[in-house]
Ligand binder design. Sequence first.
Ligand SMILES: CC(C)(COP(=O)(O)OP(=O)(O)OC[C@H]1O[C@@H](n2cnc3c(N)ncnc32)[C@H](O)[C@@H]1OP(=O)(O)O)[C@@H](O)C(=O)NCCC(=O)NCCS
Length: 276
Amino acid sequence: MTSDDAVAGHRLTQQLGWPHTEQDWAFHLAQGRGWAAVDRDETVIGTALLWFYGDHDGTLGLVIVDKAFRGKGVARTLMEQVLEAAGARKIRLVATEMAVQLYRNLGFASPNNIKIAQRQGVIARSTPMAINDGSIVRLAREDDYACIRTLDRNAVGMDRSGVINSLLTSATSYVLEREGSVIGCVLVRDSGHGKTFGPLVSSNQTDAKLLLSQAVSEHPGFCRIDVPEDAKALGIWLEQNGLSLVDRGTLMQNFDDKLRKTLSCKMYSLISQALI
Ligand SMILES: CC(C)(COP(=O)(O)OP(=O)(O)OC[C@H]1O[C@@H](n2cnc3c(N)ncnc32)[C@H](O)[C@@H]1OP(=O)(O)O)[C@@H](O)C(=O)NCCC(=O)NCCS
């Protein structure tokens, strides 16, 4: 795919009622590479995208086949190309209910059985949570960027510096600072129907709430956040704050590694289900 295919990709997500804008498509395409299936008239009828992080990791997503062409092996053919390009890399993805079997057939599994909750809603202007241990949530400065990249890498176990750098140029980014150290971050960007909050990295759910409460208070309106469902306290807090559960995906991978349990800080919200 080339950057011009963002229009065709957008058409496919619209057919599904997914919220991606053409800009979201262009952003995702620019970070990785994509394969398109076309019909006899060269009209795009299917897509699959792949992103590389460092030398050993990657994610895939935006695997979509036009309704009129489903059940004919289009997705499988696209996936074979994608997986050949991925080679020996460890690949992760978030599968919709409809696609779980497709990925299982291709060797993906969900060893930790982590579900990703898509939460969204319209948020009123609010007051951020009070902090009484001397910590602060503040806007990130350029000299925080290296720390944000490190936090992200420690949380996901992949070096996503390229994508994080791209986000930092346009997102509003917040950091949580405690005793002089930056220990958490959240990036807020325009996406879909409003703002998307992610990645959100912190060492626990209480800190995740502090970051989000500040970010949400300054971005009233339509918000979306994709949260691992095992962060139960965070899920309850989001529900109470108007971010309802609208869908659920399954985190899958094609390697055997219960990585998430060993990480020092955690990713409490995804960049997107595609970029994870
Ligand atoms: C999921 C989707 C991409 C599958 O596309 P497709 O072209 O119809 O799939 P294929 O015909 O190539 O099927 C490939 C394999 O997946 C299986 N499969 C596909 N859709 C399935 C479904 N809904 N339920 C069970 N199995 C399914 C097929 O049985 C087939 O198995 P096989 O290769 O072992 O014979 C398509 O239904 C779609 O676009 N859905 C909406 C978007 C979406 O949810 N994308 C996934 C994002 S993670």
